[in-house]
Design a binder for this molecule. Structure first.
Ligand SMILES: [Fe+2]
Length: 148
């Protein structure tokens, strides 16, 4: 069960970092397509913020306390809090960070299945589906050339 707890904490760290970056991009994006990207980043951070709660509560179901400080969460993340630059860099960063979220959720799903925690695995698979969808949307946006 320790492996599962660690994997969930790592997933929570990465989802938090992804959430926070998308929110700062929602604030700081500039340019003629401001409204489009302001809204897109808003939808991304909204989804991710709900996932933070879901992941913390999965940890609690294992009778392990949820993180109680921002430091605890940030230390579990592999995603860097780098400054973004223009909207093209924001999209590229979010696509890469989303891939890091998927990797962390996938590892947690594997650990949940190994621990016989099918309910947790099922929840994680739902989150994986949502992030695969955002991965497609981010890649499609970058490849459309709208990322300049
Ligand atoms: Fe806002």
């Amino acid at each position: 069960m320790d492996d599962l707890v660690k994997a969930l904490q790592a997933a929570l760290g990465n989802v938090w970092a992804y959430y926070f970056k998308a929110h700062t991009f929602h604030w700081n994006v500039r340019g003629p397509l401001f409204q489009q990207f302001h809204d897109m980043f808003g939808a991304i951070y909204g989804d991710a913020f709900a996932e933070v709660d879901t992941l913390a509560e999965l940890i609690l179901t294992l009778d392990v306390p949820a993180p109680a400080s921002l430091d605890d969460i940030v230390q579990s993340a592999t995603i860097a809090f780098a400054a973004a630059g223009d909207v093209g860099m924001m999209l590229v960063q979010l696509a890469a960070d989303n891939a890091a979220v998927i990797a962390a959720l996938d590892a947690a799903n594997t650990a949940a299945t190994a621990a016989g925690k099918q309910g947790i695995a099922n929840t994680l698979q739902g989150l994986l589906d949502a992030h695969e969808k955002w991965g497609w949307k981010l890649r499609a946006t970058i490849n459309a050339g709208a990322a300049g």
